[in-house]
Design a binder for this molecule. Sequence first.
Ligand code: HEM
Ligand SMILES: *[C@@H]1O[C@H](CO)[C@@H](O)[C@H](O)[C@H]1NC(C)=O
Ligand SMILES: *[C@@H]1O[C@H](CO)[C@@H](O)[C@H](O)[C@H]1NC(C)=O
Length: 196
Amino acid sequence: MGLYSTVMEAVAAYTGLSPAAFFTILAMMVVMYKIVCGMFVDPENHGASASKAVDLAASFRPPAEPVQLGNVTEEQLRSYDGSDPTKPLLMAIKGQIYDVSPGRMFYGPGGPYAMFAGRDASRALALMSFDPKDLTGNMEGLNESELEVLQDWEYKFMEKYVKVGQLAPIPNQIYNAEPKVKSSQPVMAVGDQHDQ
Ligand code: HEM
Ligand SMILES: *[C@@H]1O[C@H](CO)[C@@H](O)[C@H](O)[C@H]1NC(C)=O
Ligand SMILES: *[C@@H]1O[C@H](CO)[C@@H](O)[C@H](O)[C@H]1NC(C)=O
């Protein structure tokens, strides 16, 4: 094997390494190269990385104009929670549905308020609550100050987002509740003396 021994001699002469050490180092460099390349593009599947780039481009394209939907059921509203990137992000307050797509960083998947998307979040907003049981349009039993908080949220949404429809009224669901005065209840908060 003249060629084999010539290569081994050349390796030893040029690198000062034994052929075994040289090929071990060479193999490690190839592995490192593959790992580093894999961080940037998937070497197995350039098609997939190309479609990832398209997804990225899609997420940066100018937002679609809000589409008016009219009456929507709660179930229909659920499908606008951001899980389908081709659909707008919708959220309701007091049964009024807003296109909150411009607030995708708030309400989109992984956003801090993603749980509100596709829902009427009236109760959660009124109570400033992230409790899943408050993720409803039911405003029953909210007191005056809680309704005031909700009103402020509604004004903010009216100002910031486009209204695109309303939830079809559901029997037994109170959207315009009269404030319930809980005067017979003791004041729980410590240091809340200014409360009449
Ligand atoms: C832990 C305390 C909280 C902090 C530090 C916080 C912080 C923030 C900040 C910095 C913004 C962005 C404001 C803007 O740029 O317009 C924001 C927006 C918002 N927050 Fe909070 N927040 C808190 C609690 C809550 C709670 C309890 C709720 C309701 C249950 C809530 C609901 C919202 C909503 C709906 C928006 C988005 C409004 C929009 O679409 O522009 N936040 N919050
Ligand atoms: C929505 O429903 C209400 C009553 O349920 C009805 O009066 C109204 O015309 C409907 N609006 C649309 C846009 O369908
Ligand atoms: C409404 O309820 C909240 C929480 O229970 C309480 O802190 C607040 O003082 C109440 N406000 C009024 C006006 O009753």
